[in-house]
Design a protein. Structure first.
Length: 132
C-alpha cells in the first residue's frame, strides 16, 4: 500500500515530474515518509493520477540524484533518508502525534483517500472554513 498519494495540478504551470518530487520532499519533511519506505510504482501512480509512467520514473530518478531515494532493480524505489527535523521545535509534539496517528491509520488498513477524508473532515470541524 503506497504511503503517499500524489495529487497532480495540471493547471499549476509546474512540470508534473517536479510536482511528484516536491510532494515526496514534503512528505519527507513532515515525517509521512521515512527511510526504508517504498514509493508507489510508476504503474500505481499512473493508475491513480493518469500520469505517464515515464514521468514518474523521471521524478524518481531526480529523487535518486538528490540522494533521497534508491531505485532497486526489480524491487521498487525506496526512501534512503528523511528530511524531517529532529525532535525539536514548538510543533514537534503535535507532529509526532500526527505521525503516530498516520501510521496507526495505515496499520488499520486505511488507504490514502480515506485518511485524507478523515483529516479533511476533522480539520473542517476544528477550523470551520479553514481561515484559522
Amino acid at each position: 500500500m503506497p504511503v503517499v498519494v500524489f495529487r497532480i495540478d495540471r493547471r499549476s504551470g509546474v512540470a508534473t515530474y517536479l510536482q511528484i518530487v516536491r510532494q515526496v520532499e514534503q512528505a519527507l519533511r513532515m515525517g509521512a515518509l521515512e527511510e526504508g519506505d517504498q514509493l508507489p510504482t510508476a504503474a500505481q501512480v499512473a493508475a491513480t493520477t493518469k500520469v505517464n509512467p515515464n514521468t514518474t520514473l523521471k521524478a524518481y530518478r531526480e529523487l535518486e540524484r538528490a540522494g533521497l531515494a534508491e531505485v532497486r532493480q526489480g524491487a521498487g524505489t525506496f526512501i534512503t533518508r528523511s528530511l524531517a527535523q529532529s525532535g525539536s521545535g514548538p510543533d514537534w509534539p503535535l507532529r509526532s502525534a500526527l505521525n503516530e496517528w498516520m501510521h496507526q491509520a495505515r496499520a488499520e488498513g486505511l488507504g490514502g483517500p480515506e485518511v485524507q477524508e478523515l483529516f479533511r473532515s476533522s480539520f473542517e470541524a476544528a477550523y470551520g472554513d479553514g481561515a484559522g
